[in-house]
Design a protein around this ligand. Structure first.
Ligand SMILES: NC(=[NH2+])NCCC[C@H](N)C(=O)O
Length: 407
């Protein structure tokens, strides 16, 4: 077997070498019309079809020589280690809704499970009607379909729970209660799986909210961070400080976005498809601004770096300036505002570049894909009728672990 490519990424478009995906599994079968809103899905996906679509996505990446890693495989391998396993079980059973009787029973159940079974319990959860012991007050009073361990259907969107910036990986802090446990699993993998031993990690679930879908590596040393429904301004400041302190970036652009589901992350509005080309939702493009943040080199008495925060400027102008290019070319989603709104909702902006000018996109967004092709982008089209029911496209469904460096 050849050695894996060195881990890390300094851009959105450098040739993709290794990516982390999650093939949708039994956790999606937990979705019902009563819990789908809380679990952040807009519909009840047909799971077998979602798996087929996802397999085609993975195959398209492999056809471009991308190494595809699956989150559940890495997790099972991690859980072969007794310490990692004990830690994972403790975290999963910390929930105050369990009660001591049920917690004791689940400790035994999870403790006896094989690494693969434990992976399934941790990702698909456990429902009250599935347990065969631990009967008591909690099991009696909870409904049959209440969860004792919550399922994680949004694991599909591996983009959000970790972000590589150069050779470091940030474990993020997810804002929505339904997703909080996801980072426990990514943190476990990155800190305990043999493949990642020694990888420097930053941020963490205990810190201010930052989600990977809001973090765009515009160019080596230049990071845009959307601040909206998920990432808070304080989260953007924390990430900026950490990247400056570690010498991973020289400029961070904080980009306010509407706090709405349609624009939940910056990558639902814009993604890079080349070193100087971005597909952008035109209905908001003109009003998008950025606050450019840079380190001053000075420090407060408590040691914190003094940051320089510039006045707001149009986003594409501020981005081009920070990236050191004349113009960041805008490719529009759709042709007219209504088509743009439809195709933005269906993740037309959410492309995954596998190399400069080569990007994966959902096939359904005809007009956006035509605009990309007219701009010289090779569009690798994938089906996403079922995958899209969780409101995420190719970028959300992938976490690049290794890209060839641009800088
Ligand atoms: N990077 C992204 N745009 N991720 C999309 C995540 C979708 C997921 N259902 C959520 O609401 O959190």
């Amino acid at each position: 077997m050849t050695d894996p490519a060195p881990h890390g990424a300094d851009s959105e478009v450098g040739r993709l070498r290794t990516v982390l995906l999650h093939r949708p599994g039994p956790e999606l079968k937990r979705l019902t019309p009563r819990n789908n809103d809380k679990l952040l899905f807009d519909a009840i996906p047909w799971v077998a079809r979602a798996q087929d679509e996802h397999d085609a996505f993975a195959a398209a990446l492999r056809a471009r020589d991308v190494e595809v890693l699956y989150l559940t495989e890495l997790l099972s391998e991690t859980l072969a280690d007794p310490d990692a396993r004990a830690h994972a079980i403790e975290e999963a059973l910390r929930d105050l809704d369990l009660g001591d009787t049920m917690r004791g029973y689940l400790e035994g159940l999870l403790g006896d499970a094989s690494p693969e079974e434990l992976t399934t319990y941790l990702t698909a959860g456990i429902r009250n009607d599935e347990v065969r012991g631990g009967f008591g007050l909690v099991t009696s009073l909870l409904a049959f379909d209440d969860f004792l361990i919550d399922p994680l259907p949004n694991l599909l969107f591996t983009r959000d729970s970790s972000v590589w910036v150069r050779d470091q990986v940030a474990i993020t802090s997810l804002a929505m209660p339904a997703r909080k446990r996801e980072t426990e699993l990514t943190e476990l993998i990155y800190t305990r799986h043999p493949r990642f031993v020694g990888t420097p990690t930053m941020h963490g679930a205990h810190l201010e909210h930052v989600e990977g879908g809001d973090v765009l590596l515009l160019a080596p040393g230049v990071i845009a961070v959307g601040c909206g429904e998920r990432t808070t301004p304080a989260g953007a400041e924390r990430l900026a400080r950490q990247c400056f302190d570690a010498g991973l970036a020289h400029t961070v652009l904080a980009v306010p976005i509407a706090q709405e589901r349609a624009t939940m992350h910056l990558d639902t509005i814009c993604t890079l498809v080349d070193v100087d080309k971005m597909v952008v939702y035109p209905n908001v493009a003109d009003s998008l601004v950025a606050y450019t943040v840079k380190p001053t080199g000075d420090h407060e008495d408590d040691g914190a770096m003094v940051l320089d925060v510039a006045q707001a400027e149009p986003f594409l102008v501020a981005a081009a300036k920070a990236m050191g290019i004349d113009t960041l070319q805008q490719i529009d989603t759709g042709l007219d505002p209504v088509t743009a709104e439809r195709e933005q909702w269906d993740d037309g902006n959410n492309t995954l570049a596998v190399a400069p000018r080569v990007a994966v996109a959902y096939e359904r967004n005809d007009e956006t894909n035509a605009a990309l092709e007219a701009a010289g982008i090779d569009v690798i089209k994938i089906a996403g009728s079922e995958l899209g029911s969780g409101r995420g496209g190719p970028r959300c469904m992938s976490c690049p672990i290794s890209r060839e460096p641009l800088g």
